[in-house]
Design a protein around this ligand. Structure first.
Ligand code: SF4
Ligand code: MG
Length: 337
């Protein structure tokens, strides 16, 4: 499949008072039109920053982005603010977790959906208003003509999230980056929003980068999965591969928090002890080694000394052989650790 979004050796660094944070450290991936990539990891793994830098939305005063990002044949890295604005209007849009912060409290929901449409298409006020009402209807807001005149605080959390999706899709973007779009919502509403994203993707043909800490969300929606840890890709594969036969010990830990995976796998796994490393001073070798229970399987101090190769295609960044990864995972499930 032709790659619509191509990211090569992305590196993102922030300067802070305490030093330089390497938030993303050499990340590459591709995404085809109409496909969904789930980017999974704990907070601080670099996934949100990746989403922001793909759209050039990072803070340029404090953040340095290197590598190559190409969106529909157009360079994002190195593009000026004007080009980026055009790109974001026509080709790409973002949905954030926190709709209360992302939506302005001072404008009606309808105005906030109409505004980007006017800006990017030059449509009249009346036409943009009509389009906003239409979009509200499409994302499942009842009585859209009336509700378009409400302010965000008059909407429930789930409705605000729908409104934000309407705002993101109003210019018919080819790429939607959704950062934890359902995290703040209860489980039922979460499922509805994920269904909605899937429906809209079929209708609009957009590629979606879905950023989440929740492998359960990925199981519902993603075609492909990229698992991130400490700013790096540690595992990748199809959603089916990563969820059914995960190869990286970190992914096993993430899977333990998925309630049920077709009834069998997940419930016997234990969560990973410890917390993600500081990216001011990341661990040497495999960044996961301070938390990994399998360094002894690799032997010596290799896990602490040698950085594993990032996965190209299906695979995991781990010194264990692919066979050993598979065997250990199966052992782990059947022992019920
Ligand atoms: Fe664990 Fe070593 Fe594999 Fe890293 S390389 S995940 S520390 S076994
Ligand atoms: Mg985040």
């Amino acid at each position: 499949t032709e790659s619509f979004l191509s990211v090569r050796d992305l590196r993102v660094r922030f300067s802070t008072e305490d030093g330089t944070v390497r938030a993303v450290d050499g990340l590459s991936f591709d995404l085809a039109r109409g496909r969904t990539l789930g980017v999974v990891g704990e907070s601080g793994s670099g996934k949100s920053v990746t989403g922001l830098s793909v759209l050039g939305l990072h803070d340029r005063r404090t953040t340095e982005v290197t590598g190559r990002i190409v969106l529909d044949g157009q360079e994002v890295t190195g593009a000026g603010e004007k080009e980026l604005r055009r790109l974001r209007g026509n080709k790409a849009a973002m949905v954030f977790q926190d709709s209360l912060t992302a939506l302005s409290p001072y404008h009606t929901v309808g105005e906030q959906i109409a505004e980007p449409y006017r800006r990017h298409t030059g449509a009249s006020r009346r036409e943009a208003r009509r389009r906003a009402v239409e979009m509200l209807g499409r994302v499942g807001i009842p009585h859209p003509r009336l509700r378009a005149d409400d302010y965000p605080h008059q909407f429930s959390g789930g409705m605000r999230q729908r409104a934000m999706i309407a705002m993101a899709l109003v210019c018919d973007p080819d790429l939607l980056i959704a950062d934890e779009p359902t995290t703040a919502l209860d489980v039922t509403v979460q499922a509805q929003i994920l269904d909605l994203l899937g429906d809209l993707q079929r209708e609009f043909g957009s590629a979606i980068v879905l950023i989440t800490h929740d492998l359960g969300v990925v199981a519902e929606t993603a075609d492909e999965v990229l698992v991130m840890y400490a700013g790096r890709a540690v595992e990748r594969g199809s959603a089916e591969q990563v969820l059914r036969s995960p190869r990286h010990p970190y992914t096993w830990g993430l899977l333990s928090s998925v309630p049920r995976l077709d009834g069998d796998v997940a419930e016997d796994l234990v969560p990973i002890p410890g917390s993600p490393p500081s990216l001011l001073d990341p661990p040497t070798g495999c960044p996961f080694h301070p938390r990994c229970a399998f360094t002894g399987e690799v032997g010596g101090t290799r896990c602490a000394d040698e950085r594993p190769e990032p996965p190209h295609g299906r695979g995991a960044a781990c010194h264990l052989t692919a066979d050993r990864q598979r065997a250990l995972f199966v052992e782990r499930i059947s022992d019920g650790h």
